[in-house]
Design a protein around this ligand. Structure first.
Ligand code: SAM
Length: 357
């Protein structure tokens, strides 16, 4: 049995009794990235084949081929650094590595999890793998990709009250972690006021200051930058109508709504990216942004031709009586189609952000 969450819970309870309740973003940070017992840090590489969820590049390698094609077209023959942030198991990095090798582009992987970093360094000895954006060299021109990263950046949880905003914090009662309310930090209250001016008392929201800080860091690091963010996302209006269990989600099965409180470090904790938050920071920094669904993005890059090619292969192999090859072409086609499904991965949001390009 995996006991990381028991140790993690003891650590959190000790921290709460020493320093007081944890703001939700601090709790999320600890649960996901505690160096020893966090979900992404405790020696396990997430996601992955035995993982609780699979990302697009893990469903089909064609995702990486298409996104890599986007990256080289953005580079347009210039010398660039291609950077993937949150490279995880390396499923997307593998395809980017191929594309970068062919185009003579330097590839950098940024990954906070030490175990994932170790694997990436072993698999891609010629690429640069670092732990934080701060270690990436600042350069004149970069293309940066982040697939399913921003939903994992720590968010605060706030509730509108008659007098302003309160924050939901994690406290302890004996050996149990519980949610409590305290007065909101001024930065969180100001962010929520600007983002949700019309929400009524009782409404709960996520405050995604870390997402804005992350985008700002990327945009300030490079002279010109093309940034592709792919994630599940919703507008501020959609998010303001949700309850806490659909605002903060966990990707393990058979969970009750707030099980991320009972097994800390054992669950992924994710939030839908606030589309308006991304648009605001881009407007503030003078970056242009195009928003589309993953389906539309991949179709623009030629995903429909890939589906047609695999279907042709299926027929070709079927007519030649090559059953194994026919089945392989079929499963490749089904995997590409899964990337395009409007109710699934195809419904993810893609932000193409550029500055100075
Ligand atoms: C859901 S996984 C996605 C992995 C990969 N991009 C994919 O599509 O398969 C998120 C990854 O981002 C990493 N991560 C989270 N915050 C990070 C940060 N601030 N900088 C770099 N990596 C981060 C996590 O450790 C994890 O490996």
């Amino acid at each position: 049995m995996n006991l990381h969450f028991v140790v993690m819970k003891e650590k959190l309870i000790a921290r709460i009794s020493r320093d007081g309740p944890l703001y939700f973003d601090d709790y999320m940070e600890a649960c996901l990235y505690d160096p020893d017992d966090g979900f992404y840090s405790s020696g396990r590489i997430r996601p992955g084949e035995q993982a609780d969820f699979l990302t697009s590049p893990e469903i089909s390698p064609w995702f990486g081929v298409l996104v890599g094609g986007w990256a080289t077209s953005e580079a347009n023959g210039e010398v660039i650094d291609l950077v993937e942030v949150g490279a995880g198991s390396g499923a997307l990095f593998k395809e980017l590595d191929e594309v970068a090798g062919e185009a003579g582009i330097g590839l950098v992987g940024v990954e906070v999890s030490e175990s994932a970093r170790r694997k990436l360094r072993k698999d891609y000895p010629d690429s640069t793998i670092v732990a934080t954006l701060g270690e990436v060299r600042e350069s004149a021109r970069a293309v940066v990709i982040a697939n399913e990263l921003l939903d994992n950046l720590p968010a605060a949880l706030a509730r509108k009250t008659r007098d302003g905003w309160a924050e939901l914090v994690v406290s302890s009662e004996g050996t149990v972690l519980v949610l409590e309310e305290v007065a909101a930090r001024s930065t969180v209250a100001a962010w929520c006021d600007a983002m949700f001016p019309n929400i009524g008392p009782g409404g709960v929201v996520t405050a995604q200051l870390a997402v804005e800080r992350w985008i700002e860091t990327v945009l300030r690091m490079f002279g010109t930058v093309s940034l592709c963010i792919i994630d599940y996302a919703a507008t501020a209006e959609e998010l303001s109508a949700r309850n806490i269990s659909s605002l903060v989600r966990s990707y393990r099965e058979q969970q009750t709504d707030l099980d991320w409180l009972s097994t800390p470090g054992e669950n992924d904790i994710t939030v839908d990216v606030n589309i308006d938050g991304v648009l605001n920071v881009c407007a503030r920094l003078g970056a242009s942004v195009v928003v589309k669904s993953q389906r539309a993005f991949l179709l623009d890059l030629g995903a429909d031709e890939l589906v047609a090619d695999q279907r042709d292969m299926e027929y070709l192999h079927a007519s030649g009586g090559r059953v194994m090859e026919q089945l392989m072409a079929r499963s490749e086609r089904i995997a590409i189609e899964a990337l395009l499904e409007e109710d699934g991965l195809g419904g993810f949001t893609v932000f193409i952000i550029s500055r100075g390009v």
